[in-house]
Design a protein around this ligand. Structure first.
Ligand code: F6R
Length: 369
């Protein structure tokens, strides 16, 4: 039924999101021989994974996957400022698909100034040039994709770095085998995407916007859905964390609202989460709030997370197509980036920092100077 909408899908986003399991399985294999030089784990207190938007989600996903399983901190950040406690006992992984995202470049610059070990992950851009000038490890991901659609590559690259550090033995193989299981289960996952996209389309036609509820260790999946609905379906959508939202956002249901909700459900649902969800469902029923539940598929956390990402990525593109919207372009984001580029000359900061630290500078046109 979507075939009639495919003419609007200028960059074949549907095809791209449908290939998620295969792309992930093959990139997990490819990055297993990553070969970057990393500091010894015993010298580190933790790892910071800095990125924005589609380049942030890989860090959040890994944090969920490894939440209570690593002996050192694994902290995803989406910031321009680097907290003062981050020092040379941390590793900073700077992730920017384009390599040109100002926030991530600024965090990398500050880390460089503080002599923090850095690994860069990008398809090119300024970050690649800085990595060359600074002689820091650089992991290249394939170019030509929408950053958010490059999750199978950036996620695998991050997993490879984290495993190479010694923080999560077997992580890449775990990722690869979960991606292969997902591929085998894809028809039932895609059926869930289809149902979800149609449900959201009906809710949108009724004037409601979605709030997606999720909890640890599935926060990243709920957040991913919110951002994919924003960027692919071009709609307002919000993510709400359980239990935190039980202490504030829940009061909003006492006032007027134009929202429907999506509840992420999964295997790791202790009673303190399950009862919170049950309470919400009762509240929703009482108030006439439309909700749907999306259940993760899979035998373990990694499989479940991937099944949720897959369901949500595909549903967001299907929803765009149902609306007759081209899922790929992110015009308003690009306009903002252009606006900022015209007003903020990051190359001056790069010159200042690199000259303070005695390295060769690099101009924004990418030429080392
Ligand atoms: C666009 C997208 C955005 C970008 C973000 C940061 O597809 O996903 O959220 O990821 O604007 O840009 P990059 O990823 O190039 O650092």
């Amino acid at each position: 039924m979507y075939s009639r909408y495919l003419a609007v899908d200028s960059h074949r986003m549907l095809h791209r999101v449908l290939s998620f399991p295969i792309d992930l399985a093959s990139s997990a294999k490819e990055y297993s021989s990553i070969g970057v030089k990393l500091p010894p784990l015993e010298d580190l207190v933790g790892v910071i994974i800095a990125g924005m938007g589609g380049s942030f989600i890989g860090g959040l996903f890994l944090q969920d996957a490894l939440y209570e399983k690593t002996e050192k901190a694994l902290i995803p950040i989406r910031e321009t400022l680097l907290p003062s406690y981050i020092n040379s006992h941390y590793l900073l992984i700077a992730v920017s698909y384009s390599g040109n995202t100002e926030e991530t470049i600024r965090v990398a610059l500050e880390a460089y100034r503080r002599k923090i070990p850095i690994v860069a992950v990008a398809s090119g851009g300024l970050l690649a040039k800085l990595a060359e000038a600074w002689k820091i490890p650089f992991v290249k991901v394939p170019s030509g994709l929408q950053p958010r659609a490059a999750f199978p590559y950036m996620g695998a690259a991050l997993a490879a770095i984290v495993e190479a550090l010694g923080l999560a033995p077997g992580l890449l193989e775990n990722l690869r085998s979960a991606a292969l299981s997902l591929e085998r289960a894809s028809s039932s996952v895609l059926a869930a995407s289809d149902t979800l996209a149609k449900w959201l389309h009906d809710r949108y036609n009724a004037g409601d916007f979605p709030i997606v509820y999720s909890y640890r260790p599935y926060l990243s999946a709920g957040y991913r859905f919110k951002t994919q609905l924003n960027e692919n379906a071009k709609l307002h959508a919000f993510h709400s964390e359980i239990p935190e939202s039980n202490h504030n956002e829940i009061m909003g249901w006492e006032g007027p609202f134009r929202f429907s909700t999506v509840l992420v459900r999964a295997r790791e649902e202790p009673a303190y989460i399950r009862y919170r969800i049950e309470f919400l469902k009762e509240l929703f029923a009482e108030k006439g709030i439309k909700y749907t539940e999306v259940r993760a598929q899979g035998e373990n956390r990694m499989e479940e997370l991937l099944s949720l990402f897959y369901t949500f990525d595909v549903a967001s593109v299907l929803l765009a197509l149902l609306r007759g919207i081209d899922p790929a372009p992110t015009t308003t984001i690009n306009n903002l980036k252009r606006y900022l580029e015209e007003r903020i000359n990051i190359s001056l900061d790069i010159e200042r920092i690199t000259s303070q630290t005695g390295s060769r500078g690099i101009r924004q046109d990418g030429n080392q100077g």
